[in-house]
Write a protein that binds this ligand. Structure first.
Ligand SMILES: Nc1ncnc2c1ncn2[C@@H]1O[C@H](COP(=O)(O)OP(=O)(O)OP(=O)(O)O)[C@@H](O)[C@H]1O
Ligand SMILES: [Mg+2]
Length: 470
């Protein structure tokens, strides 16, 4: 049974709220005023604190700070008088889970309490998951070799069971929509719809009608009633892509929809209840838009209950080759053996900076597969732009005009050593990718199993390559 610490300096509010929460099956400890709450926070454990903000001498903000120090994982919901929303936003900045305005609607309060508890349960469940180091993440189609992407997968698992709003930030092509779909697919909403709207692609009136619907005659061209995405989602998930481009007037309407869980079609006077989880994505930092007054602060805090950042591909090079093999496999018809890449191609792809991130990598591999003459992709069939950047990084291999020491026989020997080291690195990468399966690795490398064994270093007791020279 969840234990809730309830704090207010008005006995009547404590009594009403206490009765409500007890009726829902929570264990309630009521504290009349901030001082009593402070003592309780220092001596006992709670799953949630619901506290009034305006109290004296110790107010809700003081308690919020104390709660953060003493019980960092405990969510806090603030109660605020109507009209003092600014203080509530301050509280969100300090880490409160959410706020509810007084006089509060019973439903809204109970839903917020449940959301906060679901969220903290998901967090603690995940603390256990985190302990399982070395776990391979197989979330649907997400390649995640790098610690940064493994973190993203962990977050997906944590947040999927909750209904919390997620704000995904990442450069173009990093996988924001893929992550949003994975959250939906791992949630209890998975059998319902996942509906996406690109806020940058539609002009203001169209976007509004797309999201909230309209009634016949609401504007020129509205020849019949139309359901908006929020209604259509009906138990599913709505993905608000490029939310940073949403016009301010629609931002205000969206905020109301999120708060009231009701939508009003354009031109209608009726509200319709909705049940949709919202996931938003942006490739512009919303914090920058806030400073320029292009994004509402209150909406920002509503949306970013769970912020999730996907790092650009250049900052997680461990993902490059696994992504390449993932695409090669995806693009190969069922039953056929996927093409593979030559060691030079692997080196080029690993050193490219991928400004277009995973989408650019997918396109490059598709391009190469189209032009490849056999099942091994070689540098000539890579898109010219990628070959060029590789050549800029590694100057021409021709010796014309090269300093004379490059022709030194000692140098040639070291080049051989260099190639051996590279070969060893590449073999180990492929083996990691195949999970140590040598047969698969040999197939991918287009060499015989015997050759692979010859080239492999001795294995130590743990089964990991020992790092002996080849
Ligand atoms: N980690 C990953 N594993 C496998 N495929 C990925 C991964 N990340 C991205 N992709 C693939 O890359 C492509 C681009 O991803 P997605 O459309 O989700 O990016 P985005 O961040 O929404 O891009 P944009 O900002 O341009 O809308 C998709 O085909 C997606 O499946
Ligand atoms: Mg996208």
């Amino acid at each position: 049974m969840a234990r809730v610490l309830l704090v207010d300096d008005e006995p009547s509010i404590l009594s009403v709220l206490g009765t409500l929460l007890k009726a829902e099956g929570y264990e309630v400890v009521a504290a009349l005023g901030g001082e009593k709450a402070r003592d309780l926070l220092k001596s006992e454990r709670f799953d949630l604190m619901v506290s009034d903000i305006r109290m004296s001498p110790i107010n809700g903000m003081d308690l919020l700070r104390l709660a953060h120090d003493e019980h960092p994982a405990m969510p806090v919901i603030m109660l605020t008088a109507y009209g003092s929303v600014e203080t509530a936003i301050e509280a969100l900045k300090l880490g409160a889970f959410d706020y509810v305005t007084k006089p509060f609607k019973v439903d809204e309060l109970l839903i917020t309490v449940q959301r906060a508890l679901d969220y903290s349960n998901a967090l603690s469940e995940n603390a256990n998951l985190k302990a399982q180091l070395g776990t391979r993440y197989q979330l649907e189609n997400i390649v995640a070799e790098s610690p940064a992407m493994q973190n993203v997968c962990e977050m997906i698992k944590r947040v999927a069971p909750t209904d919390a709003t997620v704000l995904i930030y990442g450069e173009s092509g990093t996988g924001k929509e893929l992550v949003a779909k994975a959250i939906h697919a791992s949630s209890h909403r998975k059998d319902k719809k996942f509906l996406a709207v690109n806020c940058a692609a539609l002009l203001e009136p169209l976007l509004e009608s797309e999201m909230f619907g309209h009634v016949k005659g609401a504007f020129t061209g509205a020849s019949s009633n139309k359901e908006g995405l929020f209604e259509a989602a009906c138990g599913g998930t709505i993905f608000l892509d490029e939310i940073g481009s949403m016009p301010l007037s629609i931002q205000g309407k969206l905020l109301r929809v999120l708060q009231e869980k009701e939508v009003r079609r354009v031109g209608s006077n009726e509200n319709v209840s909705i049940d949709a989880r919202v996931i938003a994505a942006t490739n512009t930092r919303l914090e920058t838009l806030l400073k320029e007054n292009l994004f509402r602060e209150d909406l920002y805090y509503r949306l970013s209950v769970i912020p999730l950042e996907i790092r650009p591909l250049r900052e997680r090079p461990e993902d490059i080759l696994p992504l390449v093999y993932h695409v090669l496999k995806q693009e190969t018809p069922n039953g056929a053996t996927p093409s593979t890449i030559s060691p030079e191609v692997a080196a080029i792809l690993e050193s490219h900076s991928w400004p277009g991130n995973v989408r650019e990598l997918e396109n490059a591999i598709r391009h190469a597969m189209t032009f490849a003459r056999d099942s091994v992709i070689t540098p000539e069939v890579l898109p010219p732009k990628i070959r060029q950047t590789a050549m800029q990084k590694a100057p021409s291999s021709s010796f014309s005009g090269a300093p004379s020491e490059l022709l030194d026989p000692q140098r040639c020997k070291s080049l051989k050593a260099f190639l051996r080291t590279k070969e060893k690195e590449y073999l180990q990468q492929i083996l990691t990718y195949t999970g140590g399966d040598k047969e698969k690795a040999a197939k991918a490398l287009d060499i015989s199993l015997a050759t692979l064994y010859r080239k492999l270093p001795e294995e130590d007791d743990s089964g990991a390559p020992s790092g002996q020279p080849l």
